[in-house]
Design a protein. Structure first.
Length: 233
């Protein structure tokens, strides 16, 4: 017998196991409704789907054929309140890195963002990112506390190395306590991971990760403002 409970421990439902050892739960909406969005402006739809990407960015994707199915872009006819609210001007970081990796996982950038004012529904107030310098792919892990950064890095390392059959060679980060702990330092030494650390109070030296944090926050703010959603999302 399976019991479903809410966060306060109250039982919501009892579900019996079927013959094939599955739990089948029949749910029915209290009030049936159908939500439909009429999106005639394709340029506007792609703007939303790509996290409120600016028009020149969409044109670049179209020009280089980087996205399958992207229509011929004319121009976005609508005023985007979400972009105005979420992408206000900030101090720029250096756009070109002094060094670029020549293969995947040769260099990984990382940074932690937070604490965020409003906790998520899962009680998370921070997120940590890992960026492959070569392909610029980004992985995001949500944290309740900064102290969870070490465990997040170990999980990321195990996952990415297993899926690529490659090994992390170097890690770029700031000198935050979560990165400078004895456990984190010893682990990197044991795994043969070289450390690149920024100077004190110099976030620009970790510009790749810092810029990515800005990009992620800009996208999130624009989405929440545009749809009038609470910050817990």
């Amino acid at each position: 017998m399976l019991q479903l409970k809410d966060k306060n421990g109250q039982v919501l439902a009892h579900v019996e196991m079927t013959k094939n050892r599955m739990f089948k739960l029949n749910l029915k909406n209290i009030q049936e409704r159908c939500l439909q969005v009429n999106m005639e402006d394709k340029e506007w739809l792609w703007h939303l789907q790509f996290g409120y990407l600016h028009y020149s960015g969409l044109k670049e994707l179209e020009k280089k054929k980087m996205v399958y199915g992207l229509p011929n872009m004319d121009y976005i006819k609508k005023f985007c309140e979400g972009c105005v609210f979420g992408k206000q001007a900030r101090t720029n970081f250096q756009k070109k890195a002094e060094y670029r990796a020549r293969r995947s996982l040769e260099l990984v950038h990382t940074d932690i963002c937070g604490p965020i004012t409003s906790k998520s529904f899962s009680e998370k107030r921070y997120f940590i990112i890992f960026i492959d310098d070569y392909i610029r792919k980004t992985w995001v892990y949500f944290l309740k506390e900064k102290s969870e950064a070490f465990e997040a890095f170990k999980n990321f390392k195990a996952m990415v190395e297993k899926t690529t059959n490659l090994y992390i060679k170097a890690l770029q980060s700031d000198r935050g306590g979560e990165y400078m702990s004895t456990a984190f330092t010893n682990y990197c030494e044991e795994q043969g991971i070289k450390r690149f650390l920024t100077a004190a109070y110099s976030p620009q030296q970790n510009g790749v990760a810092e810029r990515k944090n800005q990009t992620i926050l800009d996208m999130v703010r624009s989405m929440l403002k545009s749809k009038n959603m609470s910050k817990e999302f």
